[in-house]
Design a protein around this ligand. Structure first.
Ligand code: IMP
Ligand code: MG
Length: 253
């Protein structure tokens, strides 16, 4: 059974949600016959990511660096939005941005109204990239191939590490990725995912930060693909049967 998600603030999209008509938004003409509907418009994706950035950054001790690891290629849209938002949260901790800092409660103030911690309330961010492949057509290929991780130990050891992923479906991919990163002995290891699918045959793995809890449907857009197609759709959309047929892989597994 799909496990219930209990993370605060996660937006749940119900199984019977019909989505939005493609005519309500701008969708590239070249995909107009290949998509069923828009599940999450681009603006809503970005708005949720802004809040996730605040929750994520304030979960780390002030002043400590955070290594953000992007799982290429599908997480690149989420990673770009998230790291942009994380940088904005850091900027709001600047002493000149006092009222914004108060709003975000990331700094502490003494009885004279002096920000005692402004110089170390921010968290330096570092970016790393790995490539993971596990999907063929609309299902898992059964193997998880991780590239670019070999020489990463020096960047990860003793550091707060945040894995940034587009989607947790069964959870099998993330379990493999986490095994590798745990071996690098990070100070902490957390996972932020834009989407968590209510998959009936999941491993039960629960990420630390989740944007949206979505139905068990194949989705694309915001850098998420179906055999490399649809990454250039700004909204998260459900692919229709026409799209699945048109862009099906030639090499069946
Ligand atoms: P898992 O191992 O089953 O959790 O699959 C996670 C990976 O499969 C993610 O990194 C996604 O890139 C990919 N994936 C799972 N579901 C979808 C989908 O609906 N659309 C596109 N990619 C997906
Ligand atoms: Mg992925």
């Amino acid at each position: 059974m799909a496990g219930e998600l209990t993370r605060a603030g996660v937006i749940k999209i119900d199984d019977d949600f019909a989505g939005y008509s493609l005519e309500s938004f701008l969708v590239p003409q070249h995909y107009s016959e290949d998509l069923e509907h828009v599940l999450i418009p681009h603006g809503l994706l970005c708005d949720r990511v802004e809040r996730m950035a605040l929750d994520i950054l304030s979960s780390y001790p002030p002043g400590e660096p955070v290594i953000c690891v992007c799982i290429l290629k599908s997480a690149v849209g989420f990673f770009t939005a998230l790291t942009g938002a994380l940088q904005r949260v850091n900027l709001l901790c600047h002493p000149g941005g006092r009222s914004s800092s108060e709003m975000y409660s990331l700094t502490s103030w003494d009885e004279n109204g002096i920000d005692q911690a402004h110089h170390n309330a921010t968290r330096p961010l570092f970016f790393e990239f790995i490539r993971v492949q596990s999907y063929m057509d609309d299902h898992s290929s059964g193997s998880v191939e991780i590239q670019g991780i070999m020489n990463m130990k020096a960047s990860i050891q003793g550091k707060n590490t945040l894995i940034v992923e587009d989607m947790i479906d069964t959870g099998a991919t993330m379990q493999k990725v986490l095994e590798q990163f745990e071996a690098f002995d990070p100070k902490s290891l957390k996972v932020a995912t834009l989407l968590r699918k209510r998959c009936p045959h999941g491993t039960g793995y629960m990420p630390d930060f989740v944007g949206f809890d979505i139905p068990d449907k194949f989705v694309v857009g915001f850098s998420i693909d179906y055999n490399q197609h649809f990454r250039d759709v700004p909204h998260l959309c459900v692919v229709n049967d026409n799209g699945k047929r048109k862009y099906a892989s030639k090499q069946k597994v």
